[in-house]
Design a protein around this ligand. Sequence first.
Ligand code: ADP
Ligand code: ADP
Length: 232
Amino acid sequence: MISIKKLSKRYQTKDQVVQAVDDVSLEIEKGEIFGVIGYSGAGKSTFVRLLNRLEEPTSGEITLDQQSLTQLGKNDLRKKRQKIGMIFQHFNLLWSRTVYENIAFPLEIAGVDKQSSKEKVDELIELVGLKGRENSYPSQLSGGQKQRVGIARALANDPEVLLCDEATSALDPETTDDILDLLVSINKKLKLTIILITHEMHVIQKICHRVAVMEQGKVVEVGDVLEVFINP
Ligand code: ADP
Ligand code: ADP
């Protein structure tokens, strides 16, 4: 479903060249929960940013459902990006808007009419378990609730893929488990492909089907979670 071929990203700064992602090739199946693990600086964030084209690759190719992401023009890219949801470590919510308005925001941008938007937002609020909090502001919510808003917002345009960049790293262990359970139930219910970037092994072990291990920009190992982490 997502095919990544020889993907590289090199940053050229004043005094050095950093090969942040180095010749990565991966196939990620539809409906799979795929983990990418590695230490800080391994290239994980750059990798996810390449996947939704927040960064331009230096070389290589990404295809999503047979369509090249790397060769899209501006307009097609905008449309395709709606099919890629993303959640973040620090939630990236709009702080002056309510829960409802945060979730409705991507629908507004996509030009969805008010009535359809309301139906969609109500459905999402139910899905992530935030009923009754529609009119709260992010500052009135716990970390776990903020991430639930982030997840609902990411799902607003019915994405094919959900990218999670250290999405539980700012949460306590119990809340982390709740959010991971929610991601699993969404994966099952919506048959949504999930790509999850983390430095935390237990996150991978709890919900991922397969995992890639990144070191210095390279994928040094890829396989079923049980094979990669349990067997010698
Ligand atoms: P991770 O998410 O695994 O911590 P990153 O993708 O953030 O890794 O970083 C990988 C490498 O690329 C690091 O050496 C980092 O310093 C470098 N890097 C990331 N973004 C930039 C940038 N915009 N300019 C220059 N170097 C960068
Ligand atoms: P808008 O006026 O469009 O509703 P906001 O003023 O709410 O936007 O927020 C603009 C950006 O600044 C958002 O991306 C939001 O995440 C960030 N932001 C605003 N307030 C805070 C805050 N207290 N802490 C962290 N980020 C914030």
